[in-house]
Ligand binder design. Structure first.
Ligand code: EPU
Length: 339
């Protein structure tokens, strides 16, 4: 494995932003990974695991350690009655895996269609869309525990999955995901309750959609609402949605009666931040210099040209301040800042 120096990271992120990595290598197997981590330990520099680069904002000065791009490949299927265990290596493209499983008629990944990035990143931030999250189907995650220098199979319940977070985010730098094993179903139910999906099928007058139709629906909805990463520099939703108390939600509904909220339990309510950014703060489709928000989704920040990380963080800070002024809510990035 070759370790290169001073490799610009903007070519490896979907934001198309980022200064150089001090060192950079590609891990095609476990030996490469061990070598790269050994290198970082010996040089006493940090390492950063790069997947599809679709959920990160790399600083303009770059990364002072070694960036390890995960390119381990391989997918296996093991049948067990109605269950099929799908084990995919960290470097596989996420949506290619979804496509392959839908082609085989396996239920479980369809709502997560077209999410950019790799299999290795999927459990880290517990990817989710249209009422499903990867935690719903993960059986286990095979990792390298860098702290203890050993391989481990973590069960779903060990991974502390929650909305856009997991053990892997809670202890950054400790675990490197090598593969994930999910249990998909040969005969399974479809989750078509999410508003956009429901509206799509009622418009098309389809009462009982097939698995493939659900994937097609999600692909179409995402294509309509979210920017194409081949066309725009972006990392998707920049901020997390907000969970507030019932009392706070009532206060906001009194101020903004058209806002639709979702109950998480009897005490907590999920607030659609995109709605607030759009209707209460006027942030949908804004553009200033090289940066802005997407015309169809206010949560999505865009690099319209040769934006710097600083320009993105300046806009993000303005959004944080405006939301706080208008609603008293504190918001937090979903995108990870790498520096
Ligand atoms: N809305 C607006 N204005 C906008 C955008 C949305 O008023 O500019 C309203 C919508 O009409 C809807 C609500 O806000 O009532 C929520 O919007 P949407 O359904 O598009 O979903 P979201 O909550 O903004 C989340 C995820 C997305 C995921 C979608 C669909 C987060 C941070 N984002 O967005 O994930 O695709 O749900 O399930 O949870 C990502 O993580 O990068 C991402 C794109």
């Amino acid at each position: 494995m070759t370790i290169q120096e001073k490799i610009l990271l903007n070519q490896y992120t979907t934001f198309r932003i980022g200064g150089p990595a001090r060192f950079f290598c590609v891990a095609q197997n476990e030996d490469d990974l061990i070598e790269a981590i050994g290198f970082s330990k010996k040089k006493k520099i940090p390492f950063f695991i790069l997947g599809g680069g679709s959920n990160i904002l790399v600083s303009d000065v770059g990364f002072p350690g070694i960036v390890i791009k995960m390119e381990m490949k391989g997918v296996t299927y093991a049948e067990d009655g109605n269950d099929v265990r799908v084990t995919a290596a960290a470097g596989e493209n996420w949506d290619s895996l979804v496509q392959a499983t839908v082609d085989r008629g396996l239920f479980g990944f369809e709502n997560l269609s077209l999410i950019p990035g790799t299999v290795g990143a999927a459990p880290v931030q517990n990817i989710g869309a249209y009422g499903s999250e990867i935690k719903d189907v993960i059986e286990s995650v095979y990792v390298l525990d860098v702290l203890k220098d050993e391989y481990k199979t973590l069960k779903n319940s060990d991974c502390k999955f929650a909305y856009r977070t997991s053990l892997f985010k809670e202890e950054p730098g400790r675990y490197v995901v090598l593969s994930t094993t999910c249990i998909l179903k040969k005969k399974g139910g479809l989750n078509i309750g999410y508003k956009d999906v429901q509206e799509y099928f009622s418009f098309k007058k389809i009462k009982e959609p097939t698995l493939k139709q659900v994937r097609d629906a999600v692909v179409e909805i995402r294509t309509r609402k979210l920017p194409d990463i081949r066309e725009y520099g972006t990392a998707g939703s920049f901020f997390k949605n907000v969970i507030v108390s019932q009392t706070k939600a009532q206060e906001l509904i009194a101020k903004y009666p058209e806002m639709i909220v979702h109950a998480v339990n009897d005490k907590k309510v999920k607030i659609p931040l995109a709605w607030i950014l759009d209707h209460a703060c006027g942030f949908r489709g804004v553009k200033k210099g090289n940066v802005g928000t997407y015309k169809n989704q206010a949560l999505v920040l865009i690099n319209y040209g040769n934006a710097t990380a600083q320009e993105i963080t300046d806009l993000a800070q303005k959004m944080v301040d405006t939301v706080y002024e208008k609603t008293g809510i504190e918001i937090f990035p979903e995108v990870e800042y790498v520096q």
